[in-house]
Design a protein around this ligand. Structure first.
Ligand SMILES: [Zn+2]
Length: 144
């Protein structure tokens, strides 16, 4: 079983400070799996990964490419794992959907802007950006 810890180690993004931002989630306890092929076909192409409460699902092509961008993606998804655990399934989904539709109707700037306004996405993007020492300028474009 491939774990998030192995990917972070392979990509050099297993800094102690990153692990602190993910606590109490241990990357070694989170499996990373390829999307089933039918999900690969039906999901919009801009979605590279999805996190369910216990598993990170990633497009096969992104796993194959690897590198720092994959490491940042996994950190982003690990933040979502922590959020799932902190808020529970209904709490996470309710908060996520509320933020999205509030921004969608308030700002009327379309899907991408509403996605960036989701507080869980902002936090995940900021942690992932900080992990690689880049400026937290936005949300990774290939995650959900
Ligand atoms: Zn996300």
């Amino acid at each position: 079983m491939l774990t998030a810890a192995e990917i972070l180690s392979d990509t050099g993004l297993d800094h102690p400070d990153v692990k602190g931002r993910l606590s109490p989630v241990s990357p070694g306890s989170v499996p990373v799996k390829k999307f089933p092929f039918w999900i690969d076909l039906v999901l919009p192409s801009w979605i590279g990964a999805i996190t369910t409460p216990s598993t990170i699902w990633v497009r096969a092509r992104l796993l194959a490419i690897g590198g720092e961008s994959l490491g940042r993606l996994i950190i982003h998804e690990l933040v979502h794992t922590r959020q799932w655990r902190e808020h529970g399934i209904l709490g996470f989904l309710g908060h996520y959907v509320k933020d999205y539709f509030a921004a969608r109707f308030r700002d009327r700037n379309g899907h991408r802007a509403a996605y960036r306004a989701i507080s869980f996405e902002s936090e995940a993007g900021a942690v992932a950006a900080a992990a690689s020492g880049t400026v937290a300028s936005g949300i990774p474009s290939r995650s959900l």
